[in-house]
Design a protein around this ligand. Structure first.
Ligand code: ZN
Length: 249
């Protein structure tokens, strides 16, 4: 841990001006924020860095610039939400590139265990770490407005999990709003799957049709990096996400 990050945890947190300027320059998604939002984000970023352990692996050395770039993107979805919705976990593990994971599935009907390997850009464990690929983070920095952002995707999974299960239902308390959220998301999810079944093109990344939790995480990427695409493709979903991420629930 670098010196000022350690101090951050102990004293009133702030990000040094030069580092914040660098985050502003590299993370183009921040261009959309006004001065009040930027000031608020800076405080969330400081809190994120003070409360999480960012850790490079496989020879990747994280410097302060890389940490603040990751934290700025991780904090964007939390801008208007309670910080506690990030959940109780500690580590952000960063690989130099995509990482290979072994999957196992046990079918309880047939008793068959299937194993396979996946190459991933990011992963969020339930009550465990977030795992990221630095190469993919850099790709998002270079093409910031195209609907992809691996950091936001994994943070969205954490916010989803703060609502209980990883099921695409973030922590919304109002029962009527929850009901409406479920209806809007289910109908968009079903429509995406229908298009895929008919081998038609989908208006957003078909990965959103994998499962309700991937729908929430993938749509969150669009909400922050290509909101106009999302609004045109799924206007009802965009409206719900706007109320949610603007802290309106
Ligand atoms: Zn995911």
């Amino acid at each position: 841990m670098f010196g000022w990050f350690r101090r951050l945890a102990a004293s009133s947190p702030d990000i040094p001006d030069a580092l914040w300027a660098l985050a502003r320059e590299r993370v183009r998604l921040l261009d959309r924020l006004d001065d009040d939002e930027l000031a608020r984000l800076r405080a969330v970023v400081a809190r994120f860095l003070a409360s999480r352990n960012l850790l490079g692996v496989q020879g990747l050395e994280l410097d302060d610039a890389m940490r603040v770039i990751i934290a700025a993107q991780a904090s964007l979805p939390l801008l208007h939400l309670p910080f506690e919705w990030l959940g109780h976990w500690h580590d952000v593990v960063v690989y130099p590139g995509e990482f290979r994971v072994r999957r196992t599935h046990h079918d309880s009907d047939t008793q068959v265990v299937t194993e396979w390997e996946d190459d991933l850009a990011g992963e969020a464990w339930e009550s465990g770490p977030i795992i990221l690929s630095w190469a993919d983070i850099e790709r998002d920095l270079e093409a910031p407005f195209e609907g992809f952002n691996v950091v936001i995707h994994e943070i969205a999974h954490k916010i989803d999990m703060a609502g209980g299960a990883s099921d695409g239902m973030p922590p919304i308390r109002d029962r009527a709003v929850r009901r409406r959220w479920r209806l809007v998301m289910q109908s968009a999810f079903d429509e995406l799957n229908r298009l895929l079944d008919e081998e038609q093109e989908t208006p957003i990344d078909p990965y959103a049709a994998e499962a309700p939790d991937e729908f929430f995480a993938t749509v969150s990427e669009y909400y922050f990096s290509a909101p106009k695409v999302l609004e045109a493709a799924l206007p009802d979903v965009h409206a719900e996400f706007t109320r949610f991420y603007r802290g309106g629930y």
